[in-house]
Design a protein around this ligand. Structure first.
Ligand code: G3P
Length: 505
């Protein structure tokens, strides 16, 4: 990629569910260079999803080194580093050797149902909602961390003795980049901490009563810091040595930040492995009565946190990957649009991809995927279309829930992530929602958001207003489908959703 002459760059590390990337952005928020490596997805049993944290650690160092190589002379223009990451996924490692003690349990993993069942009896699934903003479910880090500590009797003892460290991917990556066993920094930001089910949302501190319930020693957890500020420094033996780490944001919060959705009432949806609608509610942690999560959107250094309501959807792009990898329906994911556009509709077929249960607004951990409405009329093309539509329907479910929570204030949805290049999906989304679906010029907003958070702290951008000016519209999608037709489709979709419930034996 050809580099333009620019004075200042910020590097974002995006440690995502399927890959790790390092991206350099200039002051206009334009991408200047990128390096990327995928890591393996391990599915050892139905419902289980694991990552090898050592592979991820090595990939992060490798992409950072590659990026600096691509940048060449321009590497000296880099002012700082922002980190963004797949949220909730948990790593536990040995403080003395720096090696993980178990595979990382990924956010999509549903193995901890048993722990939930036990805890549900004692206080119900909403027992921590008031303090954490979250329901008790397999998605968040707490039950995953408990599961790891239960997996080997030695681990609890070693955790209690202060020999083990735990964290989400941001903590793991930063600890390694800042020295590892030679004094690595053990931190997490407030947005990532808000996804663990262990943080008090109003105080932004680990909640002792919940730590006690899960029997998790506070000493193994990272220190919680704000999302933007001088957090640490890249160590001597890493690429980018000496550069400040100046921003951390969970990837969905980073996307909101990269969309410059700083005002209460603004909303975004990121179409990645999963799909995550986030709605800025300002400095108030708003409550949802409809199954949305209350979470921290970001916290600038020395300021009040800004909160958001979130509708998390576990499976979106990963359904397309499943068709590609497991069913071998096509070789390249973008082919799905070509297939889907050969038919007018899904031919009556509906696919509910409840691979990890259903998240918002349903929170049905025991749901599993279903395909309904099959007749001999249905073709490969119809199925391709039903796959794309599933993402839009799931978003519409979240949006309908949000509408009630936020009193009909949602007037447009800013979209980003890999799948938004798909015009058919975006049009169908606008048809279902009835509000404008707005696609910006830069759709890599996750990495951009982390770059903005870091750049604010090191002075590349002076204010949020300056960042807002970088946001540029590329295209707006508006409803063209008649309302009756939309309602009929939504009705059938909901029927299919209910068929997916209660599948686990
Ligand atoms: O909550 C999970 C989310 O952070 C994962 O995002 O983009 O890696 O699918 P993504």
């Amino acid at each position: 990629q050809k580099l333009t002459k620019t004075q200042k760059l910020i590097v974002a590390i995006d440690q995502g569910t399927t890959s790790s990337r390092a991206i350099a952005f200039d002051e206009r928020g334009q991408q200047q260079a990128v390096a990327q490596r995928e890591h393996e997805q391990h599915f050892p049993r139905p419902g289980w999803v694991e990552h090898d944290a050592s592979e991820i650690r090595d990939n992060v160092t490798a992409v950072l080194a590659e990026l600096f190589e691509i940048l060449g002379d321009q590497a000296s223009a880099v002012q700082g580093i922002g980190i963004t990451n797949q949220r909730e996924t948990v790593v536990v490692w040995d403080a003395a050797t720096g090696e993980p003690v178990a595979p990382a349990i990924v956010w999509q993993d549903a193995r901890t149902q048993r722990i939930l069942d036990e805890m549900e009896e004692d206080g119900g699934l909403d027992r921590y909602r008031e303090i954490t903003g979250l329901p008790l479910t397999t998605y968040f880090s707490a039950t995953k961390l408990r599961w790891i500590l239960d997996s080997d009797p030695e681990l609890q003892r070693r955790a209690d003795a202060g020999e083990l460290l735990a964290g989400t991917m941001d903590s793991w990556v930063i600890w390694n980049l800042t020295g590892g066993t030679n004094g690595g920094l053990h931190v997490t930001d407030v947005t990532n901490a808000s996804r663990t089910l262990l943080m008090n949302l109003r105080q932004q501190e680990w909640e002792p009563s919940i730590l006690a319930d899960f029997n998790i020693p506070a000493s193994m957890l990272p220190r919680i810091v704000s999302s933007s500020g001088h957090i640490g420094q890249i160590s001597e033996n890493q690429p980018g040595a000496g550069l400040p780490i100046a921003g951390i944001l969970g990837d969905q919060q980073a996307a909101l930040f990269g969309q410059a959705a700083f005002k209460p009432g603004q909303a975004k949806n990121t179409y990645g492995t999963g799909c995550f609608v986030m709605y800025n509610t300002g400095t108030v942690p708003a409550r949802s009565s409809k199954g949305l999560l209350t979470t921290v959107a970001y916290q600038l250094d020395g300021e009040e946190p800004v909160y958001a309501l979130e509708g998390s959807i576990a499976v979106a792009g990963s359904l397309v990957q499943w068709l590609r990898d497991n069913l071998k329906m096509f070789d390249h994911a973008p082919k799905i649009e070509e297939l889907a556009s050969q038919v007018e509709d899904s031919g009556g077929c509906y696919i509910v991809p409840a691979f990890s249960g259903l998240y918002a607004p349903w929170w049905q951990p025991e749901a599993r995927g279903v395909m309904t409405g099959l007749t001999r009329y249905v073709t490969r093309e119809h199925i391709a279309r039903a796959v794309l539509e599933a993402t839009a329907f799931q978003t519409a479910d979240v949006f309908d829930a949000a509408e009630e929570d936020v009193d009909g204030q949602l007037t447009e949805l800013r979209v980003d992530g890999g799948m938004v290049a798909n015009n058919l999906l975006m049009q169908f989304q606008a048809d279902l929602l009835g509000v404008d679906v707005v696609r910006p010029a830069v759709t890599e907003t996750t990495a951009l958001g982390a770059a903005y958070a870091a750049g604010l702290a090191v002075g590349v951008w002076g204010s949020l207003e300056e960042i807002e000016q970088n946001w540029q519209l590329e295209r707006t999608f508006t409803r063209t489908m008649e309302k009756d037709k939309v309602e009929r489709k939504k009705r059938l979709w909901r029927k299919a959703v209910h068929r997916s419930f209660d599948w686990v034996d």
